[in-house]
Write a new protein. Sequence first.
Length: 105
Amino acid sequence: MKYIDLRLNDDWEHQFYSTKGRNPREIEFNEGQELNVQWPNGKRTKEKIGLYKTEVQVDDMAVTYVVVSQLPLFRIKINGLEVVIDNFEGLKFREDEIKLKDKKR
């Protein structure tokens, strides 16, 4: 199976992960979804996705609005401690398990 890199994007403060390449597509993550991950050291594990929400207030031409993003994370145990991994850049994911979001938002 092929493992692919993801990129964290920012579109007017809306943050999301996408595939890399010429035609990047936004990726949809779901709470409890299990994905095979390849770590920077080459080790592969299956991890369960959690989600967290970020809210940013944006001022644009005298109009203020709130932009909400929902980003993925892993909670893993290392030597008895729970560690939160909330940056997926540098990790690789099994391509056939990645769900692409519909183009319209």
